[in-house]
Design a binder for this molecule. Structure first.
Ligand code: SF4
Ligand code: ZN
Length: 299
C-alpha cells in the first residue's frame, strides 16, 4: 500500500475512507477535514472567540492544537477536578499545550468553588461521571459567558458520539435523540457548543497527536469505569471491522435524517428554563442543581 498523495510508505489506512496516507499528508488531511467539518455544520467563523474545554487527553489537546494551527482564536479552559495525581498530570499536559501554541489558559478549580470531585461523590452519593458531567457543563457555560466567549468547543470524536447515540437508541431516550448533534445552538443564557472532531475516529486523533509531538495524558480517569460506554464502543468497533463506514453512517444519517424527526416530538415538551436566583445561570428551577449542591456542602 502507498500514500494516496505522494506514493510514500503510509502510516495509516482508513478503511472507511479507503485512504492510505503518509505522516505528512495525514497531518494536512486531518487539518483540511477539520476545517470542512467546521464549515459543514456552521460551527464558527474566524472572528469568533472560542473556548476549548481541555482535559489533558488526546482529543481535547488535538482539537486545541488544530484550531490554533488553522488560525482560530481559541483559548483553553481546564477544570481541575481535584482527582489527586490524575488531575496534577493532566494539568501539566494542558499547560504544556498552552505554552506550545501561545494561547491563554483559564483554570477553574472545583476545590475552590465547591469541593474536589471525590469528596462531592461521597457527599452526594451520585454516580461519578453523571455528577462530573453536570459540573463540567455548568462551568463551561458559566466561564464562557463571564469571559465573553461565543462558542465552547469540546473534543468529542466519532467513537464517543456513535457509542452514546447507540446507548440512547437502545434505551429510546427520546429527549436526548431530539437534541444530540455536532452543534448545540446558543439560546437564552447558553453559548453555542460544538464538536469539530465528531467525524474522526479515536485512532485518528491519537495519530495526529503522535505526529505533532502532542504530549497528552494516557492514563484513564480513576472514575472511568462506566462499563456501558466502553461496551458500546466495542460493539461498534466489531461492526465497523466487518462493515467499514458503519460508524460514520450511523452517526451522520442520524444527524441529517433522524434527529429532525425527534426534534419535532420533543418540541414544546421541554420545561422552560428560568435563571438561578443565586448564580444567574439557566436553570429548570429557582436554584440550579450546582448551587443546590453548594448549599448542601455548606450545611
Ligand atoms: Fe469525569 Fe467520569 Fe470523565 Fe472522570 S471519567 S473525568 S469522573 S466524566
Ligand atoms: Zn446556580
Amino acid at each position: 500500500m502507498r500514500c494516496k498523495i505522494c506514493g510514500e510508505k503510509p502510516v495509516i489506512y482508513m478503511k472507511h475512507h479507503r485512504l492510505a496516507l503518509c505522516g505528512k499528508d495525514f497531518i494536512s488531511w486531518f487539518e483540511r477535514y477539520t476545517e470542512r467539518t467546521i464549515k459543514e455544520f456552521r460551527m464558527f467563523k474566524k472572528e469568533d472567540k472560542i473556548l476549548v474545554a481541555v482535559s489533558g487527553g488526546k482529543d481535547s489537546l488535538a482539537l486545541w492544537y488544530v484550531l490554533s494551527k488553522l488560525g482560530y482564536k481559541a483559548d483553553g479552559l481546564y477544570i481541575d477536578l481535584g482527582i489527586g495525581e490524575y488531575s496534577r498530570t493532566s494539568y501539566e499536559k494542558v499547560k504544556g499545550m498552552a505554552e506550545k501554541i501561545g494561547r491563554k489558559l483559564i483554570v477553574k478549580k472545583l476545590s475552590e468553588d465547591v469541593l474536589p470531585l471525590p469528596d462531592l461523590i461521597n457527599l452526594s452519593g451520585r454516580e461519578a461521571c453523571s455528577l462530573c458531567g453536570v459540573l463540567k457543563r455548568y462551568n463551561f457555560n458559566k466561564v464562557a459567558v463571564e469571559y465573553g466567549y461565543s462558542v465552547v468547543a469540546t473534543g468529542h470524536n466519532l467513537d464517543d458520539e456513535a457509542s452514546s447515540l447507540l446507548a440512547n437508541v437502545i434505551n429510546w431516550n427520546v429527549k436526548y435523540l431530539g437534541k444530540k448533534e455536532p452543534v448545540l445552538k446558543e439560546e437564552e443564557g447558553f453559548v453555542r457548543k460544538v464538536k469539530p472532531l465528531c467525524k474522526f475516529m479515536e485512532k485518528e486523533t491519537a495519530l495526529y497527536c503522535l505526529l505533532n509531538d502532542i504530549d497528552f495524558i494516557e492514563e484513564e480517569c480513576p472514575f472511568s469505569e462506566d462499563a456501558s460506554t466502553i461496551f458500546y464502543k466495542h460493539i461498534l468497533n466489531d461492526i465497523e471491522e466487518r462493515f467499514p463506514g458503519t460508524k460514520m453512517r450511523f452517526y451522520l444519517e442520524y444527524v441529517k435524517k433522524i434527529k429532525p424527526l425527534f426534534e419535532k416530538v420533543i418540541k414544546g415538551k421541554t420545561p422552560e428554563l428560568k435563571r438561578c436566583n443565586i448564580c444567574g445561570q439557566p436553570s429548570p428551577s429557582d436554584i440550579c442543581p450546582v448551587c443546590k449542591l453548594k448549599e448542601r456542602v455548606l450545611k
